[in-house]
Design a protein around this ligand. Sequence first.
Ligand code: SAH
Length: 366
Amino acid sequence: MQAVIDKLERTHNLSDDEFAALLAPISADDEKYLSQRACHVREKYYGKDVYIRGLIEFTNYCRNNCYYCGIRRDNAHAQRYRLTAEQILSCCHTGYQLGFRTFVLQGGEDAYFTDERLCQLIQEIKRRHADCAVTLSIGERSKESYQRLFAAGADRYLLRHETVDKAHYEQLHPAELSHSHRLQCLRDLKEIGYQVGCGMMVGSPGQTLNCLIKDLRLLQELQPEMVGIGPFIPQHDTPFAQEAGGTAAMTVRLLSIIRLLLPHVLLPATTALGTIDPKGREKGLLAGANVLMPNLSPTEVRKKYALYDHKICTGEEAAECVRCLAARVESTGYKIVVSRGDHITKEGLYHANQSHPNPRTDHKAI
Ligand code: SAH
């Protein structure tokens, strides 16, 4: 197996059979070798730095009805909320003082947030925090809308593809959502010039080994700057309430594979991984991940953004989260830095929104 791992590191490619072998149960020695190679590659480009992103879950209204998601339209038990612009700006203010230089605005697909409202908000965040990056994670929109948001100063966009296998996509989503539209959105975002993140849920109902191999092929083709993966975790008010969840072991394995596939990728150890395993985020960092996305949302709304059950860090203040995470990161031998943490291109240059050049902040340790 080590020869296969070496091949992946060297060529960033494997045959389907080799991917399948790497995703099947492997020996503890092979597992260790895989994560060591992934960490080696990550350190080659990003050193020991861990980038933090302040996640602001600004609305849980959603027009969509994804079968897995707790904020789906038909979940009458979800207590809906929407943060005001002032509340969002106040989260950014708190986050800035805690050392965040990226803010991620994530939410359901909420029609209240028109291009106009979002552009105003993005511009105001940029005006107040010129050295920060803004990442959006607000689902599918038209190319024109993505263009306007980019022109307003948004730097990055997270849109997980969830699964690239069409039949599997249709198992996870109602017919009103289309697999091809999701992929088109990702291509549009890339074309516009965003740093783009896609990714899949690990262990979602109906996912086969073949689905995962196809997902890896999509990553090869799209060459996203970021990849967000996390285990599927059932949510009690969704049609998938009784389904089995994904595992930490498979998620961690995939993080290492993705690091070797896309050496420069920005790869978060997600909150979902930390939810199913108390040491999940540390394990993710030790498998090749280099990003953490702590919650900056006001404490009073955190429990309401219940995509899945038992989500961690819903009771703490942002400052407590950062202290706790800093200790966790230190235990891995890595360190959280105060930095936008942009993607490094193959040429070693930072990939920033050219319409809004932003100074790169020093990589100060906190
Ligand atoms: N509405 C936006 C972003 C919010 S959802 C969008 O569609 O992109 C963010 C991510 O949470 C989703 O892409 C999905 O991968 C993940 N997610 C949703 N429900 C989940 C669950 N039950 N378990 C694990 N991850 C989930």
